[in-house]
Structure formats: structure tokens, C-alpha cells
Design a protein around this ligand. Sequence first.
Ligand SMILES: Nc1ncnc2c1ncn2[C@@H]1O[C@H](COP(=O)(O)OP(=O)(O)O)[C@@H](O)[C@H]1O
Ligand SMILES: [Ca+2]
Length: 441
Amino acid sequence: MTVDPRLTASSDPGRMTSSRLPILLALVFSSLFPVFSHSNREMWFQDLFPPNTCPINAKTFYGIMFDAGSTGTRIHIYTFVQKSPEILPELEGEIFESVKPGLSAYADQPEKGAESVKRLLDMAIDAVPPHLWKKTPVVLKATAGLRLLSEEKAQALLSEVKEVFEESPFLVPEDSVSIMDGSYEGILAWITVNFLTGQLAGHNQHTTGTLDLGGASTQITFLPRFEETLKESPRDFLTSFEMFNSTYKLYTHSYLGFGLKAARLATLGALNTEVADGQMFRSSCLPKQLEAEWHFGGVKYRYGGNKEGETGFKPCYLEVLKVVKGKLHQPDEIRGSSFYAFSYYYDRAADTNLIDYEQGGVLEVRDFERKAKEVCDNMERFSSASPFLCMDLTYITALLKEGFGFRDNTLLQLTKKVNNIETSWTLGATFHLLQSLGITY
Ligand SMILES: Nc1ncnc2c1ncn2[C@@H]1O[C@H](COP(=O)(O)OP(=O)(O)O)[C@@H](O)[C@H]1O
Ligand SMILES: [Ca+2]
């Protein structure tokens, strides 16, 4: 796999999951980590254990990945188990925790931002046995929140985090704290999902495309089946990497400023503008009488409903349309395919009972539109929910239909976990991290 070494990690607080995916992961590892190939096995092995001291009992290894997202920081502590030297390792489980807000909210207090990372890292101190601390790599990858900050503020945050890492007992690789390139966010999430669903293990692959809707950016990634898609796509939307002795040419793009929260600001006309003191941003997507304040990316915004004017789905859709229409590339072949969708696609579908919060579910694009109409045309009925619910659902509808060009009946598989592992780019990033360090557990 030729993935850039800039990839990093994620975090979120509070629960432990555990699952075994031995066959699949054995395959995954064998192709991700060429050191496992037969001819290299001896070398790999000697690095870890001196001759004649190979363990008879199972060995456990860890990888720590932080996801510094725009709305929160999350830690994923992955556990890998190797039962015997001859058998490839298994992904045993994941410990996952998160804190809010994200690092970008500490743009002017980088030390406080780093403190939030430290609190999560302390969990890893409890989770990883002391004798393995030094062999356990810790990495943080920041996404769109930091991409939107000035270089100076982003760097100040990253260097404070690096200090926290250096003071920890874990293995701190070079470039362990960085801003991840958006295209890797898409690729790594695609790797995670298609690994976990077993689609990369055999030759009859039916890989699934992935849609991630973050706070500040959104990604679309799929494996094109048609020559036209390769020909018609902008060159920087296509990335090659090798896996399972195959070269995958993926279509992937990260749209900065098109995450759900950035889209709220864009709809309000407040994205990338100097906000004057006391300035009020109004929208037909908000409850008429609403007037409130909102903090995002370290900036305070005042927003409210159209007191005198129109509200409801129709005017709201027109407002939102201005944000997406003509701004995204529309590959023809995705119109009829089904996609895995997560992050805010999942959260908003669960908030409005389109899917079960724990189980997820399958939806059609038109289900989001139906729900958007229901919420926007009856805002008083949904007044206990977020005031942005109408705007969010309308944006998701417009993004899918007018942005990416999906059909009304395109199927979306909304999933938080597969086999009890979070469907996050962090697992793909951890595979890459272990590979790049030559830690081939
Ligand atoms: N590990 C995770 N598992 C499930 N949902 C996640 C995870 N990480 C982020 N999310 C979801 O991502 C969305 C927020 O995106 P975020 O990552 O903060 O922004 P961005 O990707 O734009 O930096 C929310 O819907 C949140 O629930
Ligand atoms: Ca994210």
C-alpha cells in the first residue's frame, strides 16, 4: 500500500469494544505488511525476539491513534494478539474515548488543547501494560478543524501535543503529530470499511464506496468500475495504492468547508467572512423566533430565524442549494451504487429515528428529503431538538442529490461499527503506522 506517511490518529471517550476477526485480519496483515510474507518472516521475527526465546504464549501488541476532528478529539487504542509465531496476528479489540470540543476550539490556548489530549492519553497508560509502553506507537492526525486555522495557530497546537507525547512513556514516531491530507481521510476510511467487511480479502471484490460527513469537511471515496470515471475525473481525485497484490485506483476527494457545521455557516453567509461585532445571521432554515449564539473554530456567531419572512423546507432548500450547486464533481457511475455513510449522516439519521442509534440501518437518499420536509415544515414540533435540525437535514439532502448527484433511490448503509470496531479512518491509519514502523506484530 503506498500511503503517505503523514497519516494519523483519533479519539473519543468511554467505551471498550472487543472483537476477533482472525481470518480477515490475517489476510489484511499479510498484504499490508509484506514483512509477513514467508521469505521475510524470519527477519521480522528476529527483530522482536532473540533466537530461541520465542514466546509460546499469546502476545499482545497495541497501536494508539488520535483523531483530532473539528468537533472533538478521539483516541482509538487497538489491541492485536499473536497467538504463536507461526500464526498471523488478530485484531483483538479497540478502546475508544472522545472529548469535546476539538483542538481547533483551543486555537488561542494551545496548552489547554494539549491538555485535552493528555487526558485521553492517560487512558492508554491504563490500557497498555507497562512493559509494552515503549513498543506502542502513539500518533495524532488532525483533520479539517486544524486545516481551517492559520498555519501559526495550528502549529502551536500541534507542537504542544507533541510535547505531551514526548513526555509519555509511549513510542513517539517521527511526524507523530500532524495535519492529515484530506484525501487520506477518505482512503483510510475506505480501507477500514472494506477490510472490516471482508471485501479486500478475496479476488471477487465488491468494494463499497464511503461517505464521511465531518464538521468542517466531507469525503467521498470509491473504487471506479468504469473507464469513463477514470477518464473524466480531475486527476487529483484519483489515487493509486497497492494491496493484496492488486493495485487499487481509488476516486477520493475531501471537500473542505462542506462539513455539516461549516455548511451551516456557509448557509448563514458567515463562512470565511469577517464577523462584525454583534452581527446577526438569519436563515429560513431556523425557527422564526430563534436568536442565539454559536461557537465554532474559536469564533462566536449570532444567528436566528427569519422573524418576518419565510421559513420551511422550500425556502431553506433554495438557501442551501446556493452552498452546494455546481461546487462538487459528480461522477456518473455513483448514481446507481450503494455507499457506506457515517459521522453526521449517521448522527442526523439517528436523531430523527430514520435509523436505530445502536444498530444503524439502510436508507435511501429520499428518506433524508422526506425527513427534512417533515422537520422544516413543522419546526415547532421539533423545538426540543437542535435548532439546526431542519438546516442539517436539508443540507444533507442537497449535498447528496445536487452536490454528488445521487439518485433518490441510492442506498446508504449507515454504520457506526463493523464487527464491533469503529468505522473510522483511524484503523486504516494504524495499519499504515505499524507498517511504516516495521512493527509487524
Ligand atoms: N470514531 C468515530 N466514531 C463514530 N463517529 C465519529 C467518530 N469520529 C467522528 N465521528 C463523528 O464525526 C462527526 C464530526 O466530525 P469531525 O471528525 O469532528 O469533523 P472533521 O472530520 O470535519 O474534522 C460527528 O458526527 C461525530 O459523531
Ligand atoms: Ca472526521
